[in-house]
Design a protein around this ligand. Structure first.
Ligand SMILES: Cc1cc2nc3c(=O)[nH]c(=O)nc-3n(C[C@H](O)[C@H](O)[C@H](O)COP(=O)(O)OP(=O)(O)OC[C@H]3O[C@@H](n4cnc5c(N)ncnc54)[C@H](O)[C@@H]3O)c2cc1C
Length: 482
């Protein structure tokens, strides 16, 4: 089945939904629904038949009870910044978006935690506490837009994952509305919890367990000081070797990010951050900690980078320069929009020491498929993001872009890595799951999923492939044999 169009969405159902969430909380006009036809994975598109935007947990619960009575499936959506098609409606006529659930509910600095609704934008969590010198550590580059609910669903990371960990390390408890409308509390505000780690099972479930409505998050104390440097290299090989040299020297920076020449040029054209356009690659490395140690560590890091082949080092001299570097890095994906009508951001992982190998592979794959591929990624984690440029008006380019992405992922797995560092499986990589999981692994995952969602009505056809099934999605058409 393609998606969307569902006979059971009669006027009576729509009227009842309007009673629950208000007139302005239900959208059924096709032209308005088109906005929701894809996330950041624009290769595949399908609009929902109905969009519902509740404001409270009670409203979410009432909506899901109604859908449960009708046996209707739904797809949760936050801000739609996902990069693997996670909120693409497949076999789910109703999309439930948390954009109106955006309140910070409680701040408890003494216990270093904050409680928010799931539609709160990631950066707004840090904004709510930064005057007190606290921050929320997972910082996806999309943090100005993406929601905490989306972050929990994808187990999102960011540049500072290297030192601080990913979302799962920062979620203490969640409120979850199960697909039948029951409200469950998983975990709690307590740091050390006993029993099965159900929060851990939910983080990364990609919306297949119901709708997260609230979360209790861990807050971190802002470090005393930062040292942020830009190391310039002639080629990606030397730059990626330098990454391993840093870690091998016993230094764990807050972040190590890499950009190759294609991305440097796009970013420079867009933001004029002062990146050398003739460089083969740059690393942005950030140290954080107590002020007294920063100068010495900064010098040691600079020496290490020069020793590893950097041709120049530029240290941010003040907070403005540091902010400019991060702005350029975090908006790199946006700058890529200048290079081609469309792009697909891949997300794979390799052991850090294999970075030079995978970048050589990506370069070979780029030549093989005659597609331009840029690289901007969380190098410290070995989490690569090849950006495959294509033009969706050319079906052969779309096909090649998909195949190129698949080849890159296969090579990641062969090198001992994984299919995703942070963007999730979604619809994009569902056919690749058997590359790392056996049929038994996948069966156990499916059974765990059914504990939350016995009828598989929450984001169906995502994450776990069904043997023998075939997902067909809308324009441009793609068959994913599972
Ligand atoms: C420019 C750009 C840069 C990015 N950089 C990073 C990065 O550095 N690190 C990173 O990890 N990701 C990054 N991403 C990917 C994306 O921002 C993250 O995956 C993010 O967590 C998605 O949040 P969202 O609110 O947009 O979720 P959506 O895209 O709306 O949804 C994502 C998934 O979450 C589910 N979902 C959403 N809300 C809920 C909820 N309340 N309950 C249950 N399920 C829910 C959806 O069903 C879907 O499966 C980037 C994306 C872009 C466009």
């Amino acid at each position: 089945m393609a998606t969307g169009s569902h006979q059971s969405l009669d006027f009576r159902l729509i009227a009842k939904l309007r009673e629950i969430v208000g007139n302005d909380g239900v959208t059924s006009r096709a032209t308005e629904l088109k906005v929701y036809e894809c996330d950041g994975w624009t290769v595949e598109k399908a609009a929902p038949d109905l969009l519902v935007r509740p404001r409270t947990t009670d409203e979410v619960s009432s909506v899901l009870k109604l859908l449960h009575q009708r046996g209707l499936a739904f797809v949760p959506r936050g801000a739609g910044t996902g990069l693997s098609g996670g909120c693409l409606p497949l076999k789910s006529p109703v999309m439930i978006c948390t954009s109106r659930m955006n309140r910070v509910l409680a701040i408890d600095l003494a216990n270093r935690r904050i409680e928010v609704e799931s539609g709160v934008v990631n950066l707004h969590v840090t904004n709510a506490v930064k005057a007190n010198r606290y921050f929320y550590a997972p910082d996806p580059s999309s943090q100005v837009a993406c929601t905490i609910g989306g972050n929990i669903a994808e187990n999102s990371g960011g540049p500072h994952t290297l030192k601080y960990g990913v979302t799962t390390n920062h979620v203490l408890g969640v409120e979850l509305v199960l697909p039948d409308g029951q409200v469950a509390q998983l975990g709690s505000a307590v740091e050390d919890q006993c029993g099965y780690d159900l929060v851990g099972a939910l983080v990364g479930a990609e919306g297949t367990a119901g709708i997260v409505t609230r979360a209790i998050l861990r807050l971190m104390r802002e470090p005393d000081a930062h040292r942020t440097l830009l190391a310039v290299f002639d080629d990606v090989d030397t730059a990626t070797r330098a990454v391993s040299a840093i870690i091998a020297a016993g230094i764990i920076p807050g972040a190590i990010e890499m950009m190759d020449q294609m991305i440097i040029r796009a970013v420079e054209a867009a933001f004029h951050a002062g990146f050398p356009e003739d460089a083969g690659a740059v690393l942005i490395v950030e140290l954080d900690g107590i002020s007294a140690a920063m100068d010495e560590q900064g010098e040691r890091l600079s020496e290490l980078m020069i020793g590893a082949g950097a041709r120049a080092i530029r240290m941010a001299r003040n907070e403005d320069e540091r902010a400019a570097l991060w702005k350029a890095r975090k908006r790199a994906f946006g700058a890529v929009g200048r290079l081609a009508p469309n792009y697909a951001t891949q997300d794979g992982v390799v052991p850090r020491t294999r970075l030079p190998d995978i970048l050589r592979e990506i370069s070979a794959i780029s030549r093989r498929y005659q597609l331009r591929i840029g690289n901007v990624f969380h190098a410290g984690d070995g989490n690569i993001h090849p950006i495959v440029l294509y033009d969706e008006r050319d079906p052969s380019e779309v096909r090649r872009a998909i195949d190129a992405g698949r080849d890159i992922l296969k090579r990641c797995v062969e090198m001992g890595g994984s299919l995703t560092g942070e963007h999730g499986i979604g619809v994009e990589k569902i056919a690749e799951m058997p590359l790392i999981f056996s049929p038994d692994d996948l069966m156990v995952m499916a059974e765990l999923r059914r504990v939350f969602d016995p009828e598989e009505r929450s984001n169906p056809s995502k994450v776990i492939p069904t043997p023998g099934a075939c997902v067909e999605v809308a324009t441009p058409r793609r068959q994913a044999p599972l």
